[in-house]
Design a protein around this ligand. Structure first.
Ligand code: ZN
Length: 191
């Protein structure tokens, strides 16, 4: 946990795919059950949720009708969402997406876990994430062309990019991105 910094692009491994987001640190959220009341979240994540491929098991928000007890997130909430860390990682190990790495490192790292792109300063990254969240203007979710990884890289670099879908399709993206397959190092959060 000590290593996690606000503005970090993080992801959790959900087996068949990875879910990406921007760790924003402490955040204040509105309490939908008590008008005018807010609540402080210690470890908030802004991420882009589309149609879940495995919506059944381990759904967000504890699967409760009222949503998550910590962040009020509901399983059906889609688009750019701000949630607690539990809703983001759903019990899975957490990793940081590395930027500014060399091509050699990139080639020996699991696909979708790092990039050779450089990223903006932390304040800019967090501001971009909040802007997308408040304005809900990141667009329609599309697993291949506009997914959670695109969202996080857009916050970090200013442009949406993705390694993950490239590997999933094995067609379009491979032309653009080098595919790497080894497991990445550096688990940041584990129970
Ligand atoms: Zn939550």
């Amino acid at each position: 946990m000590a290593e996690l910094r606000p503005s970090d692009h993080i992801y959790s491994d959900r087996g068949s795919y990875c879910h990406h987001g921007i760790f924003v640190g402490e955040a204040k959220i509105a309490n939908p059950n008590k008008q005018g009341k807010t609540r402080k979240l210690r470890h908030a994540v802004i991420h882009f949720r589309g149609i879940e491929r495995n919506a059944g098991a381990g759904a967000d928000g504890d699967g409760k009708a009222g949503g998550c007890r910590k962040c009020f997130h509901k399983a059906g909430d889609l688009g750019v969402v701000l949630t607690c860390m539990d809703c983001f990682r759903r019990g899975n190990a957490l990793y940081r997406y590395e930027y500014d790495v060399s091509w050699i490192t990139f080639n020996t790292t699991r696909n979708g876990s790092c990039s050779t792109w450089s990223c903006a300063d932390p304040d800019t990254v967090i501001k971009r994430a909040y802007d997308f969240f408040h304005n809900q203007n990141f667009g329609q979710y599309n697993f291949y062309f506009n997914n959670c990884e695109h969202f996080a890289t857009a916050c970090k670099t200013g442009k949406p990019r993705c390694n993950q879908a490239a590997m999933g399709t094995g067609v379009a993206g491979v032309m653009v991105y080098k595919v790497a397959r080894l497991v990445t190092k550096g688990i940041l959060w584990k129970e």
